[in-house]
Design a protein around this ligand. Structure first.
Ligand SMILES: [Zn+2]
Length: 280
């Protein structure tokens, strides 16, 4: 059995949040075995622990927001994807503001931060949730299903298409490992459609968004002058989001997860189904 891991030292980074536009400093600290990933708002006293667990999700419309006793930490999914992708089980994430920094809109900032911190093996065996039978969440055309799979790995596959916005089908699949996460997934950026920006603004979201931290698409064309990092960067980012949402189970997952047109809402539904049958 594999052992749990934490980070070897305390590290920090600052940046603005994608939705709030607020600047915040994120500090990661090592944590004891069995403690999981726990957020703290260092600008609040006392700083209550907000576990990165599905039970603390308060909003899933544009990003994943966690909340405890009215205190929120927003847009946690890219950070949690990096933590899961690099196989860190236990750490404290202290955030001096309402939202995790956006970085360049991918998980690159967090991969660099975790790499700087280094990973340290701990004494305790790492518990794994092996998907025991098909589990599914469906909403019209959108669907996500988890199935058993031999071996201790997590296999992910995703399909998207936005025909009305002139983006044709993209698919991607991956057997997750830290190396493949770094190479294939971590640098895929979040994206938005110019046609949808008014709706985002009306909700008071996207205030920190720019071409420096998101791909912007209009009429099927990429606005960013540098273009895409991968031909199918959009669906790779959907896998990044999915990893961040699956991390909310609070346990390594062994199985196959296949999604089409899914988003945070359905991803969380699937994690709730897993959580219901997970042994403590
Ligand atoms: Zn995302």
């Amino acid at each position: 059995m594999e052992r749990e891991r934490t980070i070897a030292k305390t590290v920090s980074v600052s940046g603005i949040g994608l939705h709030s536009g607020a600047n915040a400093r994120l500090t990661l600290k090592p944590a004891p075995p069995g403690s999981g990933i726990v957020f703290f708002r260092s600008d609040r006293a006392p700083a209550l622990p907000i576990p990165a667990r599905i039970d603390f999700v308060s909003d899933d419309r544009f990003a994943t927001t966690l909340c405890r006793d009215g205190v929120e930490v927003a847009t946690v999914e890219h950070f949690l994807a990096a933590v899961y992708g690099l196989e860190v089980d236990n750490l404290e994430a202290w955030i001096e503001g309402p939202e995790i920094p956006a970085g360049d809109g991918s998980a690159r900032l967090f991969v660099e931060l975790l790499t700087e911190a280094g990973v340290e093996l701990q004494g305790q065996p790492r518990p794994v949730f092996s998907v025991p039978r098909p589990l599914e969440a469906v909403n019209h055309e959108a669907r996500i299903i988890a199935c058993p799979e031999a071996g201790a790995n997590l296999f992910l596959e995703f399909k998207i298409a936005y025909p009305h916005l002139q983006i044709s089908e993209q698919t991607f699949q991956i057997k997750l490992s830290p190396g493949d996460f770094r190479r294939e997934i971590a640098s895929a950026r979040t994206y938005g459609f110019l046609e949808n920006l008014a709706g985002l603004e009306a909700e008071g979201k996207g205030k920190g968004g720019s071409l420096a931290n998101a791909i912007l698409i209009s009429n099927g064309k990429i606005i960013n002058p540098e273009g895409l990092r991968f031909p199918e960067e959009l669906v790779r980012h959907k896998i990044l989001d999915l990893i961040g949402d699956l991390a909310l189970l609070g346990r390594r997952i062994s199985g196959r997860v296949a999604a089409q047109y899914s988003g945070h809402f359905l991803n969380h539904q699937l994690v709730r189904e897993m959580s219901k049958i997970m042994k403590p």
